[in-house]
Design a protein around this ligand. Structure first.
Ligand SMILES: [Zn+2]
Ligand SMILES: [Zn+2]
Length: 349
């Protein structure tokens, strides 16, 4: 290969590199931050604690409400306590159909009825769906009164949503909804939540991906793996990792995957991550563990993870633990009591 050709190729490749690096990348300007609006632990006395998740993600000039908590009144109170104006949000992302993530949507709609809402597309789901009428078998020998729609079905059959009239856009597969802002769509394979579809928010910044997860039912490792396809550098993960009933070896494996395999730089776990996982992540990440109790704002500016706010607040406080345990036990939302009973039943054998 001649020198000229080599130089030409090098220049062309460099050009491609620049295009790749600048396309689909959002800015994490100094004002960028994630504010936790709903969770069952926290040290902010102005905020109410309850099982569930919601966060306001302000990044790339967008204000994104990710999930809406478990109880509309508590959600409304926490939004008010933080002085957040829900009429000025750009869009809502509902991670999945579990009520501890979507119960506050009625409050959002009462304030901002036309706001765009992204939700996972599931057959006959609560967010609504549609199917071509060709999906069902026909029998033309039947009289019209025994046939669906008298034998003349509409081309597309629509199935209702719990929020009739809301501006819901269903997301079926991983989609970049704005430059650098991608909704990762994955399906859970875990017993109890099989076929549950969940959306995670991946924002590609100049410093790597900022990833916000709701419950991580498809598996936190699978979600991170999908995010690395956008950009292998993962700057921060916030949200619920769904290890709330996981045994120590499962937790250790997940922590090792995040830290060593995917080299996730900063971690801000909350919600269903689980107390022993909080402890394990705190041990593994040290001051790159960003405390993210309800009411906490995590700055995403260039100094994230290296400034005075790094490791802000204690990983866990005694009253947080008490609340967390009480809530986790009250409704047994993740089969904690069932698992414990099973364990004690087994220990009698
Ligand atoms: Zn949840
Ligand atoms: Zn869930």
């Amino acid at each position: 290969m001649g020198l000229r050709t080599t130089l030409f190729l090098a220049a062309a490749l460099a050009g491609v590199g620049v295009v790749v690096a600048t396309t689909g990348m959002a800015a994490a300007e100094p004002g960028s931050q994630i504010t936790i609006l709903y969770d069952a632990f926290g040290s902010d006395a102005a905020m109410k604690k309850d099982w569930g998740f919601s966060a306001l993600v302000e990044i790339s000039g967008k204000r994104i409400l990710f999930d809406t908590g478990n109880d509309p009144d508590i959600f409304a109170a926490n939004v008010k306590a933080k002085g957040i104006d829900l009429t000025s949000i750009d869009f809502v992302v509902l991670s999945h159909r579990h009520s501890d993530h979507m119960a506050g949507l009625n409050h959002v709609l009462s304030v901002n009825p036309t706001v765009k809402i992204y939700a996972p597309k599931e057959g006959f789901g609560i967010y609504g769906s549609s199917l071509p009428s060709s999906f069902y078998r026909k029998d033309e020998s039947l009289p019209p009164e025994m046939r669906y729609y008298g034998g003349k079905p509409p081309e597309v059959m629509k199935f209702g949503t719990a929020w009739q009239g809301a501006n819901i856009e269903l997301v079926d597969k991983t989609t970049e909804i704005a430059p650098g802002i991608t909704l990762i769509a994955l399906v859970s394979d875990a017993p109890g939540t099989k076929e549950l579809k969940e959306l995670s928010l991946a924002v590609n910044t100049a410093d790597g991906i900022v990833l916000v997860v709701g419950c991580a039912h498809p598996g936190i490792e699978k979600i991170v793996e999908a995010a690395t396809a956008i950009n292998p550098k993962i700057r921060l993960i916030a949200g619920g990792f769904h290890l709330v009933v996981a045994q120590d070896e499962v937790i250790a494996k997940a922590v090792a995957a995040l830290k060593d395999t995917f080299k996730v730089e900063n971690i801000a776990p909350g919600h269903c991550t689980g107390e022993p996982t909080f402890a394990a992540l705190k041990r593994a990440y040290g001051d790159r563990y960003l405390y993210a109790g309800v009411g906490t704002s995590l700055p995403l500016g260039p100094g994230m993870g290296s400034g005075a706010r790094r490791g802000e607040g204690p990983a866990l406080q005694e009253d947080d633990l008490a609340t967390y345990r009480k809530l986790a036990h009250r409704e047994d939302p993740f089969g904690i009591l069932k698992a414990r009973n099973l364990r004690s039943a087994l220990s009698h054998l």
